[in-house]
Design a protein around this ligand. Sequence first.
Ligand code: PEP
Ligand code: MN
Length: 336
Amino acid sequence: MIIVMCPNSTEEHLRKVEQKIERAGLSYHLSKGESRTIVGVIGDKKVIAELEMNSLEGVEKTVRITEKYKLVSREFQPEDTVVDVRGVKIGGGHLAVMAGPCAVESMEQLREAAAAVKKGGAQFLRGGAFKPRTSPYDFQGLAEEGLQMLQQVGQEYDLRVVTEIVDVNDVDMISQYADVLQVGARNMQNFRLLQAVGRSKRPVLLKRGLSATISEWLNAAEYIVSAGNENVILCERGIRTYETFTRNTLDLSAVAAVKELSHLPVVVDPSHGTGRWQMVRPMARAAIAAGADGLMIEVHPHPEVALSDGDQSLTPQHFELVMHEVKNIARAMERA
Ligand code: PEP
Ligand code: MN
C-alpha cells in the first residue's frame, strides 16, 4: 500500500502515520518529493489489507499496489533514482556508458580496450573475469587475476569498473576490485545471489534474464532493494524469441515500460542484444533515443581473435563513431 500525504501535511501528521504502521507490525519506506511525501507500506499482505489509513489527518489518499514489487515501483517513488558510482551518475538525465571486452584476456588487451573506452568518452570499463559460458570447454575467465587487471587498468585510465559476479560467496572479494557488480542474464533469478548483492552497498547492474518478463525482472530488482541495496541499474540485453538471425531480440520497448513502471535507471546492451557488431551502432542510437540512461557495449582491440563474443564486439574505431553519435542524440534530447 502507498499512502500519499497532503501537500500541506505536517511532520506531526507523518509521525502519526509512521506510528500506526509500526504498531501493526509493518515497516515503511519514505519518499519525500518536492510537493508530496509518499509512504510505502511493506510487510504481511493480510495485515496491510486491514490497515485503515484514510481517516488519519494529513493523509490525502491510499493506493493499493497490485504488482508484487513495491520498492522499485514508480508508484512508490515517483522521482528517478540516480545511482552514484564514485562520482559518476547513472540515471536522472546523465548518459552513462560501460564498455570493454566480454572477457578480460591479458593486460595488453585490456589496456588497448580501456584506451578506446576512455577516448570515446565512456566512464566505465566492463570486462568479465568469471564467465558464465554455455559450454564448459569455452574460456571461463581469469578469475581473481582478471579482477586485479581490471582494477589496475581502471585506475590507469580513470574508469569505474563493472564486472560479473556468479557466486554468492564472492561479493566481498569482487568488491575489493570492482565498482559495480553485474548480475548476468543467466543469474537474474538466482535469488540467493540477488540477496547477497542486496546486502552489499555496491551498485548492482541487473541484466534481464534470457526469457524474463518485465515483471519478473522488476521482481528480481525488488529482491536486491528489499535486502537493503537501493543502487540498482537495470540492463536490457535482449530476450529469446523465434528469430535466429540475431542472437537475441533486443526489446527496446522494455526501456519505455521500465520507465513507466519503475524509478530505477535502465541501460541497454546492444552487443548481447543483437550478437552482431554491425547492429550495435544503430541499436545504440535507438536505445538512447528511446530514453535509456546509458549503454553497455563490448569493445575489443582485435575482435577476430577475442576469446569470447568477438562477433558482437566493436573495434576501437567503430566504438568512437558510436559514441560520437549517441552523444549527439543525448544532446538533441537535452540530456548530458
Ligand atoms: C556479458 O555481459 O558478457 C554477459 C555474459 O552478458 P549476459 O549476462 O547479458 O549474457
Ligand atoms: Mn559477452
